[in-house]
Ligand binder design. Structure first.
Ligand SMILES: CC(C)(COP(=O)(O)OP(=O)(O)OC[C@H]1O[C@@H](n2cnc3c(N)ncnc32)[C@H](O)[C@@H]1OP(=O)(O)O)[C@@H](O)C(=O)NCCC(=O)NCCS
Length: 131
């Protein structure tokens, strides 16, 4: 498997993969992709300003083979201090060494503060302090 920064030629594959899981695509900046035999099998995005992992997804036929964890490790190598994730897959992030934080901490993000369904949100805020 090869992990590299996303390029414009990856845009359609990323859009399709995120769309499969109902995740929004908002531009290529910060994305990395995992390739197997030249095909895009997973993607994830680092928001360096917020120190946050976004939009992690692995092709449905390739889940459970270490691609997601490799993507997280690749983003961690680019980050400093620590990383947050607001995620519907907290169990995966626990495996990666992240710990859940109280829901109220999500109010540090303006999109969470302005969200009409904050109290019904199914995303867990996770954090890992990086060495
Ligand atoms: C979550 C996701 C990115 C993980 O990628 P993956 O390639 O399947 O994960 P890995 O194979 O690297 O798994 C690493 C470990 O996490 C576990 N794991 C994977 N997904 C998990 C989940 N949803 N819940 C709990 N544990 C999970 C694996 O069992 C594995 O554990 P092990 O080391 O004991 O074997 C992938 O399942 C996915 O694309 N899910 C759908 C999209 C999604 O929910 N994205 C998150 C939105 S915030």
């Amino acid at each position: 498997m090869n992990i590299r920064d996303a390029q414009p030629c990856d845009e359609e594959s990323i859009r399709l993969l995120l769309g499969y899981y109902g995740l929004q695509y908002e531009g290529l900046e910060g994305f990395i992709v995992a390739l197997q035999d030249g095909k895009m099998m997973g993607c994830a995005r680092l928001d360096a300003a917020q120190g946050e992992i976004h939009s992690i997804a692995v092709h449905p036929t390739h889940r459970g083979h270490g691609i997601g964890s490799s993507l997280v490790k690749a983003l961690e190598a680019k980050a400093c201090k620590g990383l947050y994730a607001r995620t519907t897959a907290p169990g995966f992030f626990v495996k990666m060494g992240y710990a859940p934080l109280p829901d109220e901490r999500k109010r540090a993000w303006s999109d969470c503060r302005q969200c009409d369904v904050f109290d019904k949100c199914t995303k867990t805020l996770m954090y890992r302090c990086l060495p």
